[in-house]
Design a protein around this ligand. Structure first.
Ligand SMILES: [Fe+2]
Length: 234
């Protein structure tokens, strides 16, 4: 953007002329800002359309991921509300929940859709999905705040998770929050190789792994979520 001397006053000038000039300069400035906002809005709409296409492609392959991503988004959004997060943060948390498993798009069908437990080798491939997701979305600048969730939602509080083995608060708060919602919904979901647990049983497991796998602060927030919300995602 260039600012030039496109408005000037010829001496002698009076107060009225100054007011008119300032108004003109301000209106030019606001017009530029308005156009810039329109450009950013258009960019944001395009980005959302691209992401929606990616999600649709993944969900068409794996119906479990659809319900799962929606549930994690709803749970983690409510956690943000309970923590009095700002509206923008709550919106980002919802998007992070929706996108956290987008990297599964790069996991082969024979592993992603396998109706049995994965072998060690297959699990090693499956474990790449956070890194794949972060590299897919890393090029979009407005997505940057939620990248730590995509990359670190499988880290464990005790450092035994993946991909980086991060420990405690070295794991971004939003990623720790998503891990609790992710774990809860995985526990209550039916999978081909096991039945889903009841909300009570799932909460018992969450309490068992609080402080080892999951962040105690985030589990405390999760514990306070409305019972109806937890039941609605079973
Ligand atoms: Fe995941």
């Amino acid at each position: 953007m260039q600012w030039g001397a496109d408005s000037y006053l010829v001496k002698p000038f009076n107060l009225e002329q100054i007011v008119i000039l300032v108004e003109r300069l301000l209106s030019d400035h606001f017009l530029i800002l308005f156009k810039e906002k329109e450009r950013l809005d258009a960019e944001q709409r395009m980005m959302l359309a691209s992401i929606t296409s990616l999600i649709t492609a993944l969900e068409a392959r794996d119906s479990y991921t659809r319900g799962h991503s929606e549930a994690v988004a709803a749970l983690v959004t409510e956690m943000g509300i309970q923590m009095n997060a700002a509206d923008e943060e709550i919106e980002s948390l919802g998007m992070a929940g929706r996108l956290h498993d987008i990297g599964k798009i790069g996991v082969p069908d024979n592993i992603l859709l396998k109706p049995d437990l994965l072998s060690d080798d297959e699990f090693a491939v499956f474990k790449r999905h956070p890194t794949i997701g972060a590299s897919i979305l890393g090029v979009i600048s407005s997505i940057r705040p939620i990248l730590p969730v995509i990359l670190h939602h499988h880290e464990q509080f005790d450092g035994k998770g993946y991909p980086d083995g991060l420990k405690g608060d070295k794991i971004a708060l939003w990623a720790r929050m998503t891990a609790v919602a992710d774990t809860y919904h995985a526990l209550v979901s039916d999978r081909p190789y096991r039945r889903g647990k009841s909300p009570e049983k799932a909460m018992e497991v969450i309490e068992e792994v609080c402080g080892t796998q999951l962040c105690p602060e985030c589990v405390a927030v999760f514990r306070g979520l409305p019972r109806k919300l937890l039941e609605s995602h079973v």
